[in-house]
Design a protein around this ligand. Structure first.
Ligand code: FMN
Length: 260
């Protein structure tokens, strides 16, 4: 009797071990494919934010027209490389959690509630046929109601006018905060400006509808109904990423280079 119970347990243990071996080896073998899918999904969002995504062409081919660079936030400079960072797959969000590669944000400055900022950001640059800067696409992120929203925003060559916006990950409620993915709402962003005449961030997702007669209309987008907290989160993320601790200085430098 005892012997048969032990035998049953041994067989069960062997089956468990074999199953866990199969599951873990499948998980490991699929990791590269999963990472590639994640990267491609983000690349599609970059192309969509820039308004150039064509689903009949390969992502690789379309991405060839985009130059990726790093943003050295400490020196507000655009650089081609740093250390062992592999530019094509570099994910600033991943590095914002990696020891030695991020700076904690002082609570007073952390208006987007992201806690840490990567030392090196990423910028995607699109040039026209005459090699002039045509658009830039920049990663943005910030807390909404249920979690952090991750996305990309594209600016035209004046480095102020919005060309497009896409989120690739968020936890907001479908139909409420989840309307950040609604194409009609995203279309409202196109043509709006981030910086005002004094070069301060003026852009806001307001509560209610934009009054087109208002002088501020050029900086405003309608709030998402029933989702004031998400709307405020989006406003704050723009204020953070286009403010002093974000892309402001680097965009200013790029603007000057662009003029010469
Ligand atoms: C189940 C549930 C999900 C909600 N999801 C969101 C959301 O994703 N984003 C948001 O801002 N508000 C969400 N809200 C509403 C907020 O709790 C809050 O009432 C709302 O942001 C206030 O916005 P309003 O002034 O436009 O109504 C949710 C509420 C409930 C009950």
């Amino acid at each position: 009797m005892n012997e048969s119970v032990i035998k049953t347990l041994v067989v069960a243990l062997i089956v468990c071990l074999l199953c866990s071996l199969v599951v873990s080896s499948v998980a490991v073998s699929l990791r590269d494919a999963q990472n590639l899918n994640k990267l491609n999904d983000q690349r599609i969002k970059v192309l969509q934010a820039a308004g150039i995504y064509d689903d009949t062409k390969s992502i690789e081919e379309q991405f060839n027209s985009i130059t990726s660079k790093l943003i050295d936030f400490e020196n507000n400079a655009i650089v081609d490389s740093f250390g062992d960072i592999e530019l094509s797959t570099y994910d600033p969000v991943e590095y914002s959690k990696k020891d030695g590669y991020f700076t904690p944000i002082a609570p007073n400055d952390d208006i987007a509630v992201i806690k840490n900022r990567e030392k090196f950001g990423k910028i995607f640059i699109l040039k026209d046929s005459e090699n002039n800067l045509s658009k830039v696409i920049l990663p943005i992120r910030g807390y909404g109601l249920w979690g952090t929203l991750y996305g990309y925003i594209s600016l035209s060559s004046d480095l102020n006018t919005i060309e497009g916006l896409e989120f690739y990950e968020h936890k907001e409620t479908p139909g409420l905060g989840g309307e950040v993915d609604n194409q009609k709402w995203k279309n409202m962003w196109v043509g709006k400006k981030i910086y005002g005449v004094k070069n301060d961030v003026q852009f806001q997702v307001i509560k209610g509808s934009v009054d087109n007669e208002s002088q501020l209309a050029i900086y405003q987008v309608d709030g998402l109904s029933g989702a004031t907290i998400t709307s405020r989160g989006v406003t704050n993320m723009i204020a953070y990423w286009f403010g002093e601790n974000g892309y402001k200085e680097v965009l200013g430098n790029l603007k000057n280079v662009n003029k010469t």
